[in-house]
Design a binder for this molecule. Structure first.
Ligand SMILES: *Cc1c(COP(=O)(O)O)cnc(C)c1O
Length: 373
């Protein structure tokens, strides 16, 4: 039997007990004043977490749905999209762009590094036809944090839109949506927002909204014109994932009680503690641009990362993520410190990681760092 685990994975993350209890209450119908009051309230308060004055739309779906919505609602076939590709999630933007007949221009960045803002600026200067720039806030696969403020400053000087996938980072790594000129910001429920999977969010700037009317790609379920109309009445065009929206209201209470700035500070402190502890254990950090959301470390040579995470999860009740993609699979371990993950959770996880590595090292006989880079 699988033991109940401390979840240190990059989504889902732990859901606080108060939120779980609230979501276990009897269901009710959504076309009611009771639901509209809740949805109107969360739609307003989400703006504070997004640090925006603009509308934030809520979809039933996982985060990737809002990634797709951010491309499809604002572009026409053949549009050039610049993608700062520094990991698996950035590659998803490229895949979606291709699937819809857009023209992705891929700015390939070494894995583990942040996307250099100067390269974005240069690419935009070279090609004024670029319609949008896509980057992640935190590229969860490598734990690299992008400098959205600097990228936003470069994009704001052009006609292009800045699309930021903040699915993991929003509510852990600082993102000043309006101030940093992020036109479309994407988030998901199951990461720093402390909810089960199933909600996707998208904030839309005035600059992006002006583009919407001319966007020619076909769309229906996530066509923002339906959501815009409904949101005026604190409603959604289709049946909302109302149980999760009820949970979201509690998440927003929790964030407001702690204070968003304090949430950032707590995640940053736990991230710093994680980095220090990993280095004391002799592990090398994978990301050159540390994030408060997730940390990745290179494993010693001879350690099978897949086995390591499996042993920790099944025998020791600690769920961490391994690596994704050719360069990282089996070679890194990723530990989260976002959302409701506490210092105690991180400490317990790191202790078990150290013990398990020792056990595996003594049987493998190797302890050289590192199998990646
Ligand atoms: C988790 C994650 C996604 C994927 O979100 P889903 O909810 O699985 O669709 C996309 N981008 C980033 C940065 C993520 O961390």
């Amino acid at each position: 039997m699988t033991k109940p685990a401390i979840l240190l994975t990059p989504g889902p993350t732990p859901v606080p007990e108060v939120t779980r209890k609230l979501m276990a209450e009897p269901i009710f119908h959504h076309r009611t004043p009771r639901y509209r009051e809740i949805f109107g309230d969360v739609s307003e308060r989400l703006k504070k977490v997004f640090m925006t004055k603009n509308p934030v739309y809520t979809f039933a779906g996982s985060g990737s749905l809002a990634m797709e919505a951010s491309l499809v609602n604002f572009h026409s076939a053949g549009d050039k999209i610049l993608i700062g590709e520094n990991g698996k999630f950035a590659e998803r933007f490229t895949a979606i762009a291709r699937a819809f007949g857009l023209n992705p221009i891929v700015l390939k960045v070494a894995i583990g590094e942040a996307v250099p803002p100067a390269l974005i600026e240069e690419a935009l200067k070279k090609d004024p036809d670029i319609r949008s720039v896509c980057v992640q806030l935190c590229e969860t696969s490598t734990a690299a944090l992008n400098d959205i403020r600097a990228i936003g400053a470069a994009v704001a000087k052009t006609r292009a839109l800045l699309i930021v996938d903040a699915i993991s980072g929003l509510g852990a790594d600082r993102l000043e949506t309006d101030h940093w000129h992020a036109d479309l910001v994407i988030a998901g429920s199951q990461k720093a927002l402390m909810l089960p999977p199933g909600l996707a969010f998208l904030s839309v700037s005035e600059k992006a909204k002006a583009r919407m009317a001319t966007a020619g790609l076909p769309r229906y379920y996530y066509d923002l014109k339906h959501y815009e109309k409904s949101l005026k009445d604190s409603d959604t065009p289709w049946t909302p994932a109302l149980t999760l929206v009820i949970g979201l209201q509690k998440t927003l209470d929790l964030i407001e009680e702690e204070g968003l700035e304090n949430v950032f500070k707590r995640c940053a402190a736990n991230a710093a503690f994680t980095r220090e502890t990993l280095q004391k254990m002799g592990l090398k950090l994978f990301s050159k641009a540390p994030s408060s959301t997730v940390t990745a470390a290179c494993l010693p040579e001879g350690i099978d990362g897949e086995k390591l995470t499996q042993v920790m999860r099944d025998e020791k009740g600690i769920a961490m993520a391994g690596g994704q993609g050719d360069q990282m699979k089996g070679k890194v371990v990723r530990i989260c410190h976002m959302g409701a993950i506490t210092k105690q959770d991180v400490e317990a996880g790191l202790k078990v990681l150290g013990e398990t590595l020792k056990e595996m090292k003594s049987s493998s006989g190797s302890s050289r760092c590192c199998s990646c880079q």
